[in-house]
Design a protein. Sequence first.
Lengths: 255, 443, 310
Amino acid sequence: MSTYALELSNVTKSFGKTAIIRGVNLAVSKGERVAVIGPNGAGKSTLFNLISGRFEPTSGSIKLHGTEIIGQRPYEISRRGLARSFQITNIFSRLSVFENLRCAALYASGQKYSFWKPLSKLTELNDRTEALMASIELKRRRDVPASLLTYSEQRALEVGITIAGGGDVILLDEPTAGMSHSETDRFVHLIRTVTVGKTLLTVEHDMGVVFGLADRIAVLVYGEVIAFDTPDKVRADPKVQEAYLGAVLESEGAH
Amino acid sequence: MTSPNSSTPSALRPLHFKPLNGVRIVVWTTYALILLALPLVAQSSFALTLLCMTGIAAVACLSYNMLLGQAGMLSFGHAVYTGLGTFVAIQTMNKILGGWPLPMWLVPLVGGFAGLGFGALLGYVTTRKAGTPFSMITLGVGELVFASALMFPEFFGGEAGINSNRTGGTGWLHDLGLTFGPQIQVYYLIAIYLFICTAAMYAFTMTPLGRIANAVRDNAERAEFVGYDTRWVRYLIVMVSSFFAGVAGGLTALNVEAATADLLHGVRSGGYLLFTFLGGVGFFFGPIIGAVLLVFSLVVLSEITKAWQLYVGVIFLIMVVYAPGGFSALLMLNLRRIKYGEWRKMRWPYAGMMFFGLIALWGIAAIVEMAYQIQVAAGSGSEVTIAGIALDSSSHTSWAVAIAVMVAGGAAFEYWRRKFAKVWSDGEERIAEAAKKAEAAIV
Amino acid sequence: MSVLNGVSYGLLLFMLSAGLTLIFSMMGVLNFAHASFYMLGAYFAFQVSEWTNYWVAFLVAPMLVALMGGLFERFILRKTHKFGHVAELLVTFGLSFVILELVQLIWGRTAVDYKVPAALDGSLFKLFNSSFPEYRAFMMLVAVGMLVGLFLMLKKTRIGLVIQAALTHPETTEALGHNVPRVFAMVFAGGCALAGLAGVIGGNAFITEPGMAQAVGAIIFVVVVVGGMGSLGGALIASVLIGLMQTFAVGLDWSFIGGLKSLGVEVTPETFGYPVWKLKLSQVGPILPYLLLVVMLVVRPKGIMGTRDD
């Protein structure tokens, strides 16, 4: 592969005098599945915010498919094929499940800001939305306003909205946060199915999910990536053990 | 009506079935018939005037709800677009009288394009920011335009405004008798524009831009992350809304044959906001109810009592706190009750609330009216009649009676209100369960 | 002289917009009725000074307004919190409407004679034939005193610290054991008290009539947006700027025609755009703040000292 799907070079971010990200270097290849782990406060969500354009880095470079995306607005980055989910569910509360997904797919479908064609006539878009809704197992809740869904249904919708636009680089910010063990297993299976062939970056705390889902793991501690390798190598890395995994690994064993 | 994809087994092909088309045809036909038949119900020219005003107000309020209900944008300056539409229209009318070969019935459309133009110009500034700052800016821009009107008497006619005449002009329709001299002709023109505008605005809600406006309303940030420049969405919505506002303005020019600067005043903008909200922003037809309430309050209620603005203001406050969906939402909630068979249980609580509510209302009205009598109309004596019962605002007895009635009625109302709330929420639970069962039946 | 007049008017605007900014920053609520509380302050002061004297009114009126504000927040505004910011704005809008009607009901539709107290009704000093009224100096004193007091309270007291914390992180502050709803009620009442105080000193300097709320209401919105949402410093700069602009413009009869003439360009009634060129600055005065708003939004949307760029 000549270009990485996502390449971060010496990215830093400070809020006022507080440095959150202190120089992150990361190169993710196309189709790779990367899990980003690290203790609380390490800057994982900030990193996602920097990549998706919510914040601008203080310095450094972020390249999506080889093109620099720093300074671009979130919608510009989204149009280039990068989509992200949110740790705190960020859905369209009054729209139904179906409408949520359709709106998320609308721009990419080419409709953009048009108002001369009714939505009902856009059969291809509607069919794709129906299929997506089925794949995230929310068909039964098709016309329910999103604010009335259960927590895990909303998380599923959250992921659905993220991939609806057809982006090929997907960032998932703690997708299984707050879920029970069984819900998590089902959800991971869902994520694996809907992100086939896409480049995936997930922030995760659940080690079981991480070791089951990821090709490589990036360990973020105090705003720096201290390790970026396959799960086994990361597990064996003494720096990682010292900084983070140590006790957690012992209790989890090998999943 | 299946998608033409021969490789998918027919059982799995998605169905494109629109069972609601029948309902839609019925609703729109009924709407058209009502508009056609209304003048038959209106026995006097006063009633016809009211109908004309209501029709125009409906277009204005519907256009306002594109901003508020659809896109979540609270504007305090909507009168700018209706007012400027009126001014451009009135100038156009005078040009027609002077010889322009434009039929009078196209004047509202001219107003619409004027609205669109100003929407593009002013909207560029107002949509620079979203949310609460946007609201503040619309107030400022509204004041700017209103104050400017008095500075350019060449276009706005200064204090006296601009007058015109709708019966002028040429064209074969005009020669056939369509002079818009008689009010009934004006009514039908308004009705036609109202029907077309309603249909257009409704269709807009079903388009990609219309739906994305909803998404921006619900979660502007997420809309950005799914590829939409929300600033551009808001700007476009302002332009479309201003177009229809301009049409309403143009209709006003034809109806009233005059344009004065107070058409641009902030109070008028506030009126659109207030009554659209009262009608209800959550349902498409809410603003139409709002328009009816607007004309009723402005024309009828103001004749009955001097305190009408106070009443409207208080009702507005109550609605914001207790029924933010407006009257249309109240109507729909009750219709839903009927559909699930829960309405019969509400009969007695409703009756109790209404009965004692009216009594308490009498007491409140008595106090307010007597106060107004003392302050505003002291010259015409101190007598006030509420619902046929005469009171004397200078007598202590009258005051004591009013206060007593208000307190007693209020206490009884509160008792029934609590009962009502209990029965209502029980019913809501049952309805929610029934809905869940229906859902589980979907495969 | 005009400078001092402009600054004193600007400081009055700042008193109003400071309260508005505090309420908005803290609670996210745009208090549309803020100018109405200003009006209430003036009317209460008028009424109390009719019964007793100005100095009692000076103390009592702002407290009465604060009480009204607190009651409103506690019993009405709080209920709309769950419906979102639009509903909160609407309820304050409705309140402004109702206050206007009640004021007209109680005190009538024409201006009331709220007078400057005799003790302050003189001229402080004379400069080039125009006198600077004592009362204006008093106004500036009160405004500056309020500013200093506000600053000290926010930065130096414990309650100020809590308010600052609740400003950006209400949930965390509540989790730490502080009664955040009570803090909100206090801030709202405090903001209203500031507005009321502005009314007490402004009502007799200018005019006390039902239209006073609308007259100043839009301008303080402009101040807040131009100064930068949530910035007290920006509000101060914008207030003084607008105060100076309006005071100067009223007295000047310049027009574009004069300016263009000095550049050697003749403008006649036939020239295109003549209606614009012939406008005098004194005519344009009332809309200068709004023109400033438009220019600001085009050039620098986040305002003079705005922090966010959304």
